[in-house]
Design a protein around this ligand. Structure first.
Ligand code: WT7
Length: 633
């Protein structure tokens, strides 16, 4: 349901790129590059040339069966080969590929050659277990090198990985594992979080009681947290033992351009999480190009994307795109404010990070501690900054620009989604910037703001964001649910992709994203569906019915506000509140941040029984409720 967030387009400041940025940039003329992108097939074909193909494509784009687009038709390629093996014969062989660091100050440096060996050993191990092309393998791991290694090993074999974010808990985990019917699970003894160790093995043990497709569990000894490997299950093995004695050579599987690469679950408006399916060649070309051109990657870069690998940001821009570009990717396990709010700036100084990519919620959080922390550290290695995940308010943009960028560095505000796989709307380093605007679609992409009927809205007016052109890293379907794929994304505006966001365009053609247009919440940049939270609530014995909306929060963007109808005899008192909080945490994990809980007698519903969250939202905001003709009572 659409709800308009009224943001006036009053931001007048414009920041032009400095000479140094322009001089260094791979793409030194933004406008010219946008023109080049008009010839879609030629543009992407040129970008695809950089890779080693087993067999070149016959056609760049096949759009004869919309919305089932195909890219690089009949091309044969392997992503892991291009991300790792390709560099072994070059001077990058001994360059650090993965720089792992954590909040305790530990570090591990893995060169391209070492990564190559580790991936091959793991791939051989998987092969010995009978894992083959098309099989699903799940990971429930912290930000650790073994996560990257196991994902790359799947990619090398052609197995489809399905990573479950380690901040999700039992209920969410079970749902994702069972939908993908994963054969293998890779997990760890724990993850470091603010001086504590969270026992991931325990969560996965509980979840696995409800997942019957898993044949083998591989456990990474990551934290040294003593764990019990159950004697009974007989299906568990430690990671180190698993790869022991395996050969460090493995021939990459020849994958078709359109073969599935991974499934990643994300929340929608209704029902279960959606298994977003990405395929091989288009995804590679899209993410490698956007990282290189938007963050202007050169050989001497040290790239740091703070996003978790359990989300699309990490899949595309912590692992695959940096390695496809042969750069060094910093994988950091830790919070921005632990042991103190200078933790991230300390990392930038310590390693000389050159490109830094994070989320608005982290910036807003760090802003609260003042200007002191970024000023303690030497941040002069930085060249380009970025943000992703939710709209960035101009105040946070300016704080970032001033304190981290020292009023010199461009900020790439990149709009994209789990479904898009790659950045779609973003400046390039040479784009004049306006604080809070994602600027324009990248070269090769066209976007528009439309009304309910699909007509363009006048400049400055809010509307629905659609993408008008296909792009190479687009998801190809929802796993085993083509009907939902069509209904959710392609039905309302035939020929256009419906993004699910509200946006405005200003007189310069710059886009301003205003948030989701559907019942998806954005909590600290993480996507969570109201219906998922509601079903978690009603699975508690005290709750009869639940309705959930987003409540705005100065740091997290949104938190959960729940309206609950309790069963006979229950009152929403301290103990029940605590119990409900625990329950939601158990079912969904720490991503589901509860703001307020209200006990109510009834919920606004349509005659067909659908909860009208729009009414709750309006009431909460103290606004007119609007059209209630469909309201039952
Ligand atoms: C939703 C997608 C893509 C990586 C992380 C999120 C919001 C994303 C921006 C931005 C304003 C943004 C949108 C979008 N979003 N980037 N730069 N400005 N909003 O992926 O979990 O699939 O969420 O995040 O609402 O639809 P995701």
């Amino acid at each position: 349901m659409a709800h308009e967030v009224d943001v006036l387009l009053h931001e007048k400041r414009i920041f032009d790129p400095d000479d140094e940025t322009i001089e260094r940039a791979h793409v030194d003329n933004w406008e010219a590059e946008l023109k080049k992108g008009k010839d879609l097939e030629k543009y992407w074909a040129e970008k695809a040339e950089q890779f080693e193909w087993f067999q070149k494509w016959d056609k760049v784009l096949d759009d004869t069966n919309k919305p089932f687009y195909k890219w690089f038709v009949n091309g044969k390629i392997n992503l892991a080969y291009n991300a790792v093996d390709r560099w072994i014969e070059t001077p990058k062989r001994n360059q650090v590929a993965i720089l792992y660091a954590n909040e305790r100050g530990d570090e591990r440096k893995i060169t391209y050659y070492e990564l190559y060996r580790q991936v091959n050993k793991f791939a051989n191990g998987l092969k010995n277990l009978g894992v083959k092309k098309g099989d699903r393998v799940s990971m429930y791991l912290p930000m650790c090198p073994e996560l990257l290694i196991s994902m790359l090993a799947c990619t090398k074999i052609g197995a489809i990985h399905s990573v479950v974010y380690s901040g999700l808990s039992v209920g969410a985990f079970v749902e994702r594992m069972n939908d993908a019917r994963a054969k293998i699970l890779i997990t760890a003894d724990g993850t470091f979080r603010r001086g504590k160790i969270i026992d991931l093995k325990k969560i996965s043990d509980e979840a696995l009681l409800q997942c019957h497709t898993v044949e083998t569990v591989i456990v990474v000894n990551h934290t040294g947290n003593p764990i019990e490997i159950s004697d009974l299950s007989g299906r568990e093995i430690f990671y180190d033992r698993f790869i022991e004695g395996e050969s460090d050579e493995f021939e990459a599987e020849e994958m078709d351009a359109e073969d599935p690469l991974f499934i990643l679950y994300t929340s929608g408006s209704t029902g279960k999480p959606k298994g977003v399916l990405h395929t091989t060649a288009g995804y590679m070309v899209g993410i490698a190009t956007t990282l290189r051109d938007i963050f202007d990657i050169h050989d001497d870069d040290l790239w740091w994307c703070t996003g978790d690998i359990g989300w699309i940001t990490g899949h595309s821009y912590v692992i695959y795109a940096p390695l496809l570009n042969g750069t060094t990717t910093l994988v950091y396990e830790g919070a921005p404010d632990y042991p103190d709010p200078g933790a991230w700036w300390h990392m930038v100084e310590r390693y000389g990070v050159t490109k830094f990519y994070t989320a608005p919620t982290a910036i807003r959080h760090l802003m609260r501690f003042g200007e002191k922390y970024p000023n303690i550290y030497n941040l002069s290695s930085l060249k380009i900054l970025g943000t992703v995940g939710e709209p960035i308010n101009p105040e946070a943009w300016m704080w970032y620009y001033k304190n981290v960028g020292k009023e010199k560095l461009p900020i790439m505000d990149t709009w994209w989604q789990t479904e898009t796989g790659m950045h779609l709307i973003s400046p390039l380093p040479t784009t004049p910037l306006k604080p809070g605007s994602v600027t324009k679609p990248i070269p090769g992409v066209e976007a528009e703001v439309v009304d309910e009927k699909g007509n363009s809205v006048p400049l400055g007016k809010g509307g629905f964001l659609v993408i008008k052109t296909p792009w190479p890293a687009m998801f190809r379907t929802l796993y085993e649910d083509e009907e939902r794929f069509i209904n959710v994304y392609w039905k309302d505006y035939p020929g256009f992709y419906k993004a699910g966001d509200m946006a405005r365009k200003d007189k310069d053609g710059y886009l301003w994203i205003q948030g989701r247009s559907d019942d998806v919440l954005k909590i600290a940049g993480h996507r969570i569906g109201t219906s998922e939270v509601e079903s978690a609530f009603v699975s508690h014995p005290a709750v009869a019915e639940a309705a959930v909306i987003g409540k705005s929060d100065p740091v997290k963007g949104q938190v959960i506000k729940a309206f609950l109808i309790l069963k006979e005899g229950y009152q929403l008192k301290t103990q029940l509140i605590e119990d409900l909080k625990r329950h939601i945490r158990y079912e969904l994990g720490p991503v589901a941040v509860l703001g307020e809980l209200d006990q109510v007698e009834s919920l606004p519903k349509t005659r067909s029984g659908k909860i009208m969250r729009r009414v709750l939202r309006a009431r909460e905001a103290g606004e007119e409720v609007g059209d209630t003709s469909t309201l039952e009572e």
